[in-house]
Design a protein around this ligand. Sequence first.
Ligand code: FAD
Ligand code: DHB
Length: 391
Amino acid sequence: MRTQVGIVGAGPAGLFLSHLLKQRGIESVILESRSRAHVEARVRAGVLEAGTIDTLNALGLGERMMREGMVDDGLDMRFRGRNIHLDLPGLTGRSVRIYGQLEVVKDLIAARLAAGDPILFEAEATHLDDLTVTRPSIHFRHDGKNKILDCDVIAGCDGFHGVCRASAPEGVIQTYTRNYDFAWLGVLAKAPPIADMTYTNHDRGFALCSRRSSSISRLYLQVPAEDDHANWSDARFWDELHTRMFDENRSEIQEGEIFQRDLAVLRSYIASPMQYGRLYLAGDAVHIVPPAGAKGLNMAVADVRIMARAIAAFYETGSSDALDRYTHDCIDRVWRTIRFSVYLTDLLHRFDEHSPFQRGMQMAELDYIAQSEAAQRLIAEQYVMLSDVRD
Ligand code: FAD
Ligand code: DHB
């Protein structure tokens, strides 16, 4: 099998890339290890920054997002019973949109298949070959057989646990990591959401109230990394959420049936360079952000916008200059985005190792943000448009 660009992974990075390439007349094949049903059922991100919204619209695929997604104008942060309200359009002129990652993924898959372009599901890349020559290849298993996809360029969009990043020889790619000893327990509940996206830093830990529609809430609690969602009955979850959101009299947060639960460990991770030979990495395959700040999907889209542009320049000019600069063109934005996500994580979570002094510093910072429009603008600006990429 042969194509121009071999894409490993049908998450947001791989799917967006395939459409951006198609728009520029470049063909690709996507290999995805899981089934279509599995990929379309993975509940994860929900917040789309302006750059991601614009990209989906420019591809002509944003119709359902614009119709069903919800504009989010406010971001709240609570601490010690106080509330900071960030008016996103007032502070930045822009807002974000809530539209589940799995809906984006469904839209991108449907459009690609409708156009007759290939996504091979249940096709697991096993290893990559000839990365430093002009015709690299992807070895994969599909329909019980070993197969090979020859290409000009390989896009490693296979997430944190994929095979692409590990295909570069040892020592070529440096990694920078910070692990956390807590996780986010996420649920979907049939309950009307509260007014604004709301983070809280309570003595018992972080919580977040988000939403997926006017009748579905997306809710998160900070829990120990080794916790299990089976430990959380509905009643225990709601009790804890009311407490952490300073809603002890239960007048604000509406309860409803919890119909989905997941546990995500938190990690900050950057691999650099984001390329080796003819392999270019994007999204979670090359960096992971802790989810406070809602950046992972948006970063993945920003990466593949730059990658698609560089691949197009390669075919138009025959020169690999833009591809050679891929890491250079991404990496400062990646560090900036990780920095913001780490900052919000540090600001909003309960750290067992914190001394009373460090806890006092966290509260003092929140108190300062509550009083300073400049501090509010700094957060709002990064929340709304950190993944902007100039075309
Ligand atoms: P993935 O979505 O992980 O896709 C990689 C794909 O590659 C997968 O489909 C996988 O099956 C496939 N694959 C892996 N190995 C192979 C192989 N060997 N062969 C073939 N295929 C393979 N981000 C935001 O921007 N906003 C948010 O609000 C937000 N909230 C989040 C909340 C939670 C609880 C979590 C866990 C994450 C959140 N994120 C958020 C992060 C976001 O979901 C990820 O950053 C995003 O999924 C990255 O997309 P990706 O395409 O790089 O990787
Ligand atoms: C979601 C919202 C956020 O603001 C965030 O930081 C992470 C996830 C969500 O709606 O899933």
